[in-house]
Design a protein around this ligand. Sequence first.
Ligand code: ADP
Ligand code: MG
Ligand code: MG
Length: 252
Amino acid sequence: MSELIIRDLHVNVTADETPILKGVNLTVRSGETHAIMGPNGSGKSTLAYSIAGHPKYTVTSGEVLLDGQNVLEMAVDARARAGLFLAMQYPVEVPGVSVSNFLRTAATAIRGEAPKLRTWVKEVNVAMTELEMDKAFAERNVNEGFSGGEKKRHEILQMSLLKPKIAILDETDSGLDVDALRVVSEGVNRVRATGVGTLLITHYTRILRYIKPDFVHVFFDGRIVESGGSELADVLEESGYTRFGVDEAAHT
Ligand code: ADP
Ligand code: MG
Ligand code: MG
């Protein structure tokens, strides 16, 4: 049983000290799926980046604990070894490094030893088949010319293979086509069934037709303003964020 605790987290943009997160409180446990939903600019990605340790953001107060360990004091790679999966940790192109090598290197770093090549190849094949990915994808260079859908599939592929304790996925409001959305959702549901705790950050309610979260949190102006069960997503789908004082037109 693992537990990620975010306690009264306050975060500024490093460059100009603009406060973005204004006291975020949230606990994610093994096997739970939490959705954070909120309008554009409310600070959802900042939350993900802050937990990932992105230098653009400075934590000014509060805590992030994974099974009692202080995540904010860990080097970025140590966060992954501790069992946190932060998809946005590797958003950049990695020139000359194939998906296959990249995944094996990441698995080696996290497991503390290189996975045996034969079983590894099998593992990767199974995971790629589940995600309806072409085998040729494994030989492409990481993120080089990836479409939005391919980036997401790659992200879920990493998550399936690295078997984190807690995964944080930021949908980044990206336009996934329905097919990619379905495959990504099924991938999330599969790892969820293995006991991974998931924090799914999203602007749109449509992914929640495929992934039924246990908890939904409405995010607005740098903090969670309401929490509930999956029925809260239905309320948002119907009435948007207006009841939280948000003018949708100004934020989408
Ligand atoms: P969301 O993911 O909910 O759309 P973000 O976390 O991307 O929101 O952004 C929250 C707010 O912080 C926005 O007003 C955005 O302009 C601002 N912001 C985020 N990152 C930076 C940055 N690096 N420099 C300046 N402002 C930023
Ligand atoms: Mg945004
Ligand atoms: Mg965002």
